[in-house]
Design a protein around this ligand. Structure first.
Ligand code: PLP
Length: 390
């Protein structure tokens, strides 16, 4: 690189490698059990996999329409209506993206720019920070803190984070990594701020089906005055255990969809056609399979928590998602980054240090995140290895 200089544009410097890449590489090089990155180690519904193969075999292999194939847009509209009572016109208000990641990215890039501020709840999903930077906007984090065994925010802190330049608020519920499913009261507090300051909300609902103990996922768009100002994002990846398919969707008022499409069309133009057709099939036919997945994940959550508590961690019982937040202080550790880097050598297990998802590093210093979307014997072996840590 002598004489060439740093080729990376300055606003993306500091986003070198994601923590998942670093920790997954560490898992591979040490032969550790990877409870870092959140992907399931079992496949999605067989008939959905067959539908993708059939779509390929029947010649659906050329560019699909940029906004998505009609059957997936219709299936998404039907899902939002049946499950949440939200009506979207599949032709103008539903838009298919390369996973939820592109859905969120295209939304942020379309709706915020230099001089704008975007509110996120921290710990935040790592792509949010990078995408806000890419948009040239500024991030304002509102911290989720433990209270009564779950992570929540102080509505006053949320109100204080809003200023004259605030344009957007990113809302992830069920929340990765905190495991919080926002209650109606919490969502009302967010909605009130959005209405009062004329903000647009971008919601990341990829875990919409994966909630536990009866916790109900309530889309922000269902609250008074919010449908018109909410861009909702979801995806097939988590719902149907096909994280490698990268097939997601956005539902929003037509004007917001046009804005999102304006960005997305020049990034990827369209989304792999066979996976769209298979996702459409799954949304219409595989929700019983998803309920079995949900129930099985609830059991895996309990299995991992029991093991982590026995190993000496303090855990927070998530109401949704794939993840448990664990406090490392009862074991005598204070720095989650240090522990996460040492854990493969000490115990042969990989976790993710949650502090990388905070601006207030202090608030997240002592948490690590473990994934439980793994086979039972993998979870059992991991907690067995962790038993001798303290
Ligand atoms: C996994 C995950 C995503 C990524 O979804 P894709 O559809 O694979 O892009 C987005 N948001 C959150 C909170 C996630 O956990």
């Amino acid at each position: 690189m002598d004489g060439v200089g740093e080729p990376l544009v300055s606003r993306m410097q500091g986003f070198g490698t994601t923590i998942f890449a670093e920790m997954s590489a560490l898992a591979a090089s040490t032969g550790s059990i990877n409870l870092g990155q959140g992907f399931p180690d079992t496949d999605g519904p067989p008939a959905m996999l067959d539908a993708a193969v059939a779509a390929i075999r029947s010649g659906g292999n050329q560019y699909p329409p940029g906004p998505g194939v009609p059957e997936l847009r219709a299936a998404v509209a039907a899902q939002r209506l049946e499950r949440y009572g939200l009506e979207y016109d599949p032709a103008a208000e539903v838009f298919v993206t390369v996973g939820a990641t592109e859905g969120v990215a295209a939304s942020v890039l379309a709706l915020a720019g230099p001089g704008d501020e975007v509110i996120v709840f921290e710990p935040y999903y790592d792509s949010y920070a990078a995408t806000i930077a890419l948009a040239g906007a500024e991030r304002r984090a509102v911290t989720l803190r433990p209270s009564g065994g779950r992570f929540t925010f102080d509505p006053d802190e949320l109100r204080a984070a809003v200023g004259p330049r605030t344009r957007l608020i990113l809302v992830n519920s069920p929340h990765n990594p905190a495991g919080t499913v926002f209650t109606r009261a919490e969502l009302e507090a967010i909605a009130a701020v959005c209405r009062e300051h004329d903000l647009v909300a971008v919601t990341d609902e990829v875990y919409e089906y994966l909630t536990f103990d009866g916790a109900e996922h309530i889309p922000l768009a269902t609250l008074d005055g919010m449908r018109e100002r909410t861009v909702s994002v979801s995806s097939a990846g988590k719902t149907f255990s096909v994280t490698g398919w990268k097939t997601g969707w956005v539902t929003a008022p037509a004007a917001h969809i046009r804005a999102v499409q304006t960005v997305k069309q020049f990034v990827t133009y369209a989304v792999s056609a066979p996976y769209q057709r298979a996702a459409a099939y799954a949304l219409r036919n595989e929700l019983a399979w998803v309920e079995d997945l949900r129930a099985s994940l609830e059991g895996k959550r309990d299995r991992l928590i029991t093991g982590l508590e026995a190993a000496g961690f303090e855990t927070f019982r998530p109401q949704g998602t794939y993840f448990v937040q664990a406090d490392i202080r009862p074991l005598g550790f204070t720095d989650g980054m240090e522990l996460a880097r040492a854990l493969p050598g000490k115990a042969g297990v990989v976790a993710v240090p949650t502090q990388v998802f905070y601006d207030d590093a202090e608030a997240g210093a002592h948490f690590v995140r473990f994934a439980f979307c793994k086979k039972d014997d993998v979870i059992d072996e991991a907690v067995e290895r962790l038993r001798h840590l303290g």
